[in-house]
Ligand binder design. Structure first.
Ligand code: AMP
Length: 490
């Protein structure tokens, strides 16, 4: 049993993960479609993948460590997963939580039938719930926070599955988008604040759910709508769809960081093109923090749309001054520090012929630890850039996320340790500026951030967490770093 806190014990098993989920019911090739959908969500997690299918009689599962294309590389792997209903999960885990036992979807045979669950998000009272469950006799198979949901359903005193499910969700705090399967139906839901995304689509007679709309595009499904915050959508084998809203309306707080970095730019989220939002962030940045320069250069790929926006707004030409190798994964998604450092060098190279003798504005989406910025600024200087002005398409990331986006503990966040001037010095930039929080809200289509009741979860920038953080508070005597909680309390 692991009851260590993810942010307090760097070496212990972690309960936390970030990931992408996909599910389909009513399609002849459900598992193959799920593999394709997960492939489109690969950017959300690259360490492990799993698919569970149901053929009307039995459930089948295949899970593995690695990318979708590795684990489901051949027809034989998919042939192990027959049936018209399937769901899957791509996962990123931090050190210690990587074993196969944590790879989702998790599946269990409960008293009233089998149940499988794929979860995107993080349950912020999982450890305290787990402790109670273990005291009452539950035996956990994994260190994943998601398993708590299964045990809560198993031990609920209600009779009907849906009532047991709602009963379990009422005890959970934090962020969860779930795709669940029982022998009779697929159940998809979002937490009452809708912190993590989940969309719904249709292909032929089949209903599809996915973390992002890009997965619907890739499998050829039509986008229907988002699963609403706090909504439970039940799809029966015959295609009938029922919507339940047991939590009422508490006011949505979808994660704003999905727009900044996490989602693919070709996804539509909250009715907004992620690409357009990122471009608008760049425009806001250009208005708020202009720079005298010859070129606007994105840190590829995450800085590209914002750099286009910055260039359009400022009139400074957009150029590719850094070329990215496409044969390495994202910098951040590597469990150990050593691997991350080596990756920055393998990943990016300066376009010396372009940048030599120029004053450049470098655009990236965020500074987390500062590792990327430090190396890229140096790379530009080594390539002969005369001045390097760094502009960041998000406010300073000053607080850890407890809702399923991997961020390091607060002590490793550059913005938690330094002010902007000190950060500029640390990364050796001639100037450094971040978009303001209101500029970010304008880019996602709001007039400004509503301080009394923010329209998004922006805790990584503000420290205002929209739910209680039970596990965190239990363990951390020093709560001075947190501003807790404001706005909607789930
Ligand atoms: P760092 O080098 O630690 O400052 O990380 C900053 C880089 O990591 C930026 O270029 C971002 O594109 C990327 N990044 C920011 N947040 C995340 C995240 N949660 N997961 C993966 N990559 C991230």
């Amino acid at each position: 049993m692991n009851l260590t806190h993810p942010f307090l014990d760097a070496d212990g098993d972690k309960l936390r993960e970030e990931c992408g989920i996909f599910g389909v019911i009513g399609a002849r090739d459900a598992a193959a479609m799920t593999a394709l959908g997960l492939h489109a969500l690969q950017h959300r997690g690259q360490e492990a993948v799993g698919i569970v299918s149901y053929d009307g009689q039995d459930f089948f599962a295949r899970r593995g460590l690695g990318h979708v294309a590795q684990v489901f590389s051949d027809a034989a792997a998919l042939a192990e997963l027959p049936g018209e209903m399937a769901s899957g999960h791509v996962r990123y885990s931090t050190t210690g939580g990587q074993g196969l036992r944590n790879v989702q979807p998790l599946h269990a045979d409960l008293a009233r039938g089998a149940f499988s669950v794929a979860h995107n998000g993080n349950i912020s009272n999982a450890m305290s719930l787990k402790r109670e469950l273990v005291q009452r006799g539950s035996i956990f198979q994994s260190t994943s926070d998601t398993e708590v949901i299964i045990h809560l359903i198993a031990t609920s005193r209600y009779h009907k599955l849906l009532d047991r499910f709602v009963d379990a969700l009422r005890m959970i705090e934090g962020a969860y988008s779930l795709i669940c399967m029982t022998p009779k139906r697929m159940i998809a839901c979002r937490d009452p604040l809708g912190i993590r995304p989940l969309v719904m689509g249709r292909i032929g007679d089949a209903t599809v759910f996915a973390s992002e709309s890009v997965a619907l595009d890739v499998v050829g499904a039509e986008f229907l709508r988002e699963v609403e915050p706090g909504e439970i959508v039940e799809v029966r084998q015959d295609g009938r769809i029922t919507s339940h809203r047991p939590f009422g309306d508490v006011g949505a707080r979808p994660c704003i960081f999905e727009h900044v970095y996490f989602s693919r730019p070709d996804s539509v989220m909250g009715g907004q093109s992620v690409y357009e939002v990122r471009k608008r962030i760049g425009m806001e940045l250009a208005k708020e923090s202009p720079a005298e320069a010859d070129l606007v250069i994105p840190v590829p790929d995450s800085g590209v749309p914002a750099a286009i926006g910055y260039a359009q707004e400022s009139g400074i030409p957009f150029e590719l001054g850094i070329i990215r190798s496409h044969y390495v994964g994202r910098t951040f998604i590597q469990p150990s520090d050593g691997a991350r450092h080596a990756d920055v060098k393998r990943k990016h190279n300066a376009n010396r012929a372009l940048v030599e003798g120029k004053r450049i504005v470098l655009i990236d989406d965020s500074i987390v630890r500062g590792t990327t910025s430090l190396k890229i600024v140096q790379m530009m200087r080594d390539a002969g850039a005369k001045e390097v002005h760094m502009r960041i398409a998000s406010p300073p990331t000053s607080h850890s996320c407890f809702y399923g986006v991997d961020t390091p503990e607060r002590s490793k966040l550059l913005a938690a340790q330094m002010d902007v001037a000190a950060m500029a010095e640390y990364i050796h930039a001639d100037s450094l500026a971040f978009v303001s929080i209101d500029g970010l809200y304008r880019a996602v289509g709001e007039k400004a951030r509503n301080a009394a009741c923010p329209q998004h979860c922006d805790a990584c920038f503000t420290g205002e967490y929209p739910t209680p953080l039970t596990d965190m508070l239990e363990r951390d005597a020093d709560t001075s770093q947190l501003v807790l909680p404001v706005g909607n309390v789930a």
